[in-house]
Design a protein around this ligand. Structure first.
Ligand code: SAH
Length: 393
């Protein structure tokens, strides 16, 4: 077993059960990509069993802090079973569930979403790449699924020195399935969809939106960054009669329109706009448009804390425009999925947007990702999605 020796004082994060070691903390030791290593403090104390990533800034990702534990196929079986069992206790009303959420489930670099009978999987680190076959076997055994589609085509693989991979790893057939999420139905194509196919992290917030639209009697709804229209269909389910979905992806919008019909709603109540959101908001403001409810769910503007400044301005801009386009008494659901922008900073950005817009609003609720995308006490960095429900005064 190869040993990675840390610089003096650099053992602190592993002692706190935080699973990452950065390049600069390693004093000596090398291993192959994804190889299991023994990580020791400067004085030779055992810290963790970990996967080595020779090309990544995150040089080491811990598998286990227990010296007696062996990293083998059985280890992955245990971790996968525990994560799947946790999801079964959450009482989620959907056949689309995040089963493995990376570090939070003790499996750094592994993302697994279940869509009906298909597992859609991202192997994002050298360690998960190395154990891919054992992990795939464990996933099928723990779920009873026979089909596993690999979506390791995320840009973060490059930082690990890994090539993009996309295709069936187990089983095969049609890559499209129908999700039943709360009271709505949505189709997901695990081959063509974003990430693993869909944004399951917003499931509870979409259901909440349907309830809010009904409660506040919203008729006109603007869904910005709509993707395949999850929030749009939720708005129609809540009784909205004039819903506009805006996204820059044509295929996503085509699916959004199909989802309106799939759920039995009048296509005349929905408009799909293939456009840039920022430009659209500005034009709508010029045209004097107003809405009863607006959703802002943009892509990650800040991939890391280093991008926080530019991202802050971009968030502020769309929130300012959104608040202006809202009727008094209207609802704004606004989100950020940037890990580099914490909840507190996001609230400040939205406050700044309100000030610039000359608008005040009640904060009705603070939102986060669904419980199947958990954050853990030992790895607070895992928190990424945050949102606010605002009621314009
Ligand atoms: N709210 C969606 C998920 C949104 S993901 C849901 O519940 O499923 C972010 C979306 O923003 C993607 O669909 C992407 O195509 C879109 N997008 C990214 N940049 C955009 C831009 N400048 N203008 C419009 N849409 C954009």
């Amino acid at each position: 077993m190869k040993v990675i020796r840390l610089r003096e004082g650099k053992e602190r994060s592993l002692l706190r059960k935080h699973p990452w070691v950065f390049q600069g903390s390693v004093e000596k030791g090398r291993a192959d990509s994804g190889e299991t290593v023994r990580v020791e403090s400067h004085s030779g104390q055992f810290l963790a069993w970990a996967a080595f990533s020779p090309n990544s800034m995150i040089r080491v990702r811990a598998w286990s802090f227990d010296e007696a534990e062996r990293i083998d196929a059985d280890f992955f079986r245990r971790r996968v079973e525990a994560a799947v069992a946790m999801r079964a206790r959450l009482g989620l009303r959907s056949n689309g569930v995040r089963l493995i959420h990376g570090e939070a489930d003790g499996l750094p670099g592994l993302i697994v979403d279940r869509y009906e009978d298909i597992l859609s999987v991202q192997f994002l680190s050298a360690g998960t790449e190395r154990w891919k076959q054992q992990i795939a076997d464990a996933l099928l055994a723990a779920t009873g699924c026979t089909r596993l589609f690999e979506r390791s085509d995320s840009a973060v693989r490059q930082m690990e020195g890994l090539e993009p991979v996309k295709g069936w790893l187990r089983g095969g057939g049609d890559t499209t399935v129908t999700l039943h999420e709360h009271d709505i139905r949505l189709t997901v194509d695990v081959e063509e969809g974003h990430k693993t196919g869909y944004y399951l992290d917003q499931r509870e917030n979409r259901a909440l939106f349907a309830r809010l639209v009904r409660q506040f009697g919203c008729q006109s709804v603007l869904n910005c960054y709509s993707y395949t229209g999850g929030f749009s269909v939720s708005a129609l389910a809540g009784g909205a009669t004039e819903v506009v979905s805006v996204d820059s992806s044509g295929p996503a919008l085509a699916r959004a329109s199909a989802h309106v019909e799939l759920n039995g709603f009048d296509p005349a109540h929905h408009t799909a706009l293939d456009a840039d959101v920022n430009g659209t908001l500005r034009q709508m403001l010029k045209d004097g448009r107003q809405f009863d409810a607006i959703v802002l769910d943009p892509p990650k503007f800040a991939p890391s804390a280093a991008h926080a400044d530019r991202a802050s301005r971009a968030y502020k801009d769309i929130n300012r425009l959104g608040l202006k386009l809202l009727k008094p008494g209207g609802l704004l659901l606004t989100f950020s999925c940037s890990g580099g922008i914490g909840a507190e900073l996001f609230h400040k950005i939205v406050a700044g947007a309100g000030l610039d817009a000359g608008v005040d609003a009640y904060i009705l609720q603070r939102l986060e990702a669904s419980s199947d995308h958990p954050t853990t006490v030992n790895f607070p960095e895992g928190e990424y999605l945050k949102g606010l429900v605002l009621l314009k005064r």
